[in-house]
Design a protein around this ligand. Structure first.
Ligand SMILES: *[C@@H]1O[C@H](CO)[C@@H](O)[C@H](O)[C@H]1NC(C)=O
Ligand SMILES: *[C@@H]1O[C@H](CO)[C@@H](O)[C@H](O)[C@H]1NC(C)=O
Ligand SMILES: *[C@@H]1O[C@H](CO)[C@@H](O)[C@H](O)[C@H]1NC(C)=O
Ligand SMILES: *[C@@H]1O[C@H](CO)[C@@H](O)[C@H](O)[C@H]1NC(C)=O
Ligand SMILES: *[C@@H]1O[C@H](CO)[C@@H](O)[C@H](O)[C@H]1NC(C)=O
Ligand SMILES: *[C@@H]1O[C@H](CO)[C@@H](O)[C@H](O)[C@H]1NC(C)=O
Length: 205
């Protein structure tokens, strides 16, 4: 199952990269020298309505800070509970999206059974997140990601079956707590002339 999904993901990204000028270049991710400094993140923080979050995989609370086994009963009891998962910034709807498969086949993951690897790996879970509550929060997060060429993912309350709500070493824009809806009847998306463009027809860019 994991192999099929990763093949699907690989296929998607190779298609998506065809039209990108940066086809041969990946975005900056955590751990690389291009990753923003603490002071860059402080500057981002000053533009946000909420504290920056540091997502952890669902099963991370099964591990103590020393990596040893810790209380896991809550995680095991709720492991397949979608609403429980969606309330947590680092928890994906399906566990496979939290794990990362290296090209050599090694899986980086955080298992609820702490005796499988003895360590909780961040896997495919983004390392930092903006808890977006306002349009300004999202503008700041997107602008920061563009400025630093970061891998940026959006996670809301549902899930993305191509796995785009997760991304190893990424910055996440978490929109789960952004619940207000305002209907603006006059709004027309840029480059879209009328509703016929919205139902699947190709429109001139
Ligand atoms: C999670 O599991 C605990 C028991 O460990 C239970 O008390 C709690 O209600 C569960 N949470 C949800 C959202 O189901
Ligand atoms: C696979 O690659 C990862 C990342 O480079 C590395 O950490 C790991 O040790 C490798 N595993 C094996 C079995 O070579
Ligand atoms: C690993 O831990 C699980 C519970 O988390 C337990 O059921 C299982 O027996 C353990 N396996 C080994 C080999 O220790
Ligand atoms: C985006 O970020 C750049 C670099 O920090 C800044 O100069 C610019 O004013 C920002 N633009 C917006 C619209 O926030
Ligand atoms: C969301 O709507 C409520 C009720 O209309 C309002 O009090 C609140 O300020 C709004 N929040 C944001 C972030 O717009
Ligand atoms: C809507 O846009 C399509 C595509 O550009 C165009 O063919 C059509 O005539 C437009 N309809 C109206 C009512 O403007």
């Amino acid at each position: 199952m994991k192999l099929q999904l990763s093949t699907l993901t690989a296929g998607f990204f190779s298609i998506a990269s065809l039209d990108a000028a940066s086809a041969s270049q990946c975005r900056c991710v955590y751990g690389q020298s291009c990753w923003p400094s603490d002071s860059d993140f402080s500057q981002l923080q000053s533009l946000l309505s909420q504290p920056l979050l540091y997502p952890k995989p669902t099963a991370s609370q099964c591990y103590s800070t020393s990596g040893a086994s810790s209380d896991c009963s809550d995680v095991i009891a709720n492991y397949t509970n979608g609403p429980w998962r969606s309330d947590m910034v680092g928890s994906m709807e399906a566990p496979n999206w939290e794990s990362y498969i290296f090209q050599n086949g090694t899986i980086a993951a955080c298992y609820p059974e702490t005796n499988i690897t003895g360590a909780c790996d961040q896997g495919n879970v983004p390392v930092i997140a903006v808890d977006a509550r306002t349009p300004a929060d999202i503008q700041a997060a997107v602008n920061f990601s563009v400025t630093h060429d970061l891998r940026m993912v959006v996670k809301n309350t549902g899930h993305d079956f191509i796995g785009r709500s997760a991304g190893r070493g990424a910055l996440m824009v978490w929109t789960h707590n952004m619940k207000n809806i305002t209907h603006d009847a006059a709004f027309v998306p840029e480059h879209q002339e009328n509703d016929s463009c919205l139902i699947g027809k190709l429109c001139a860019a």
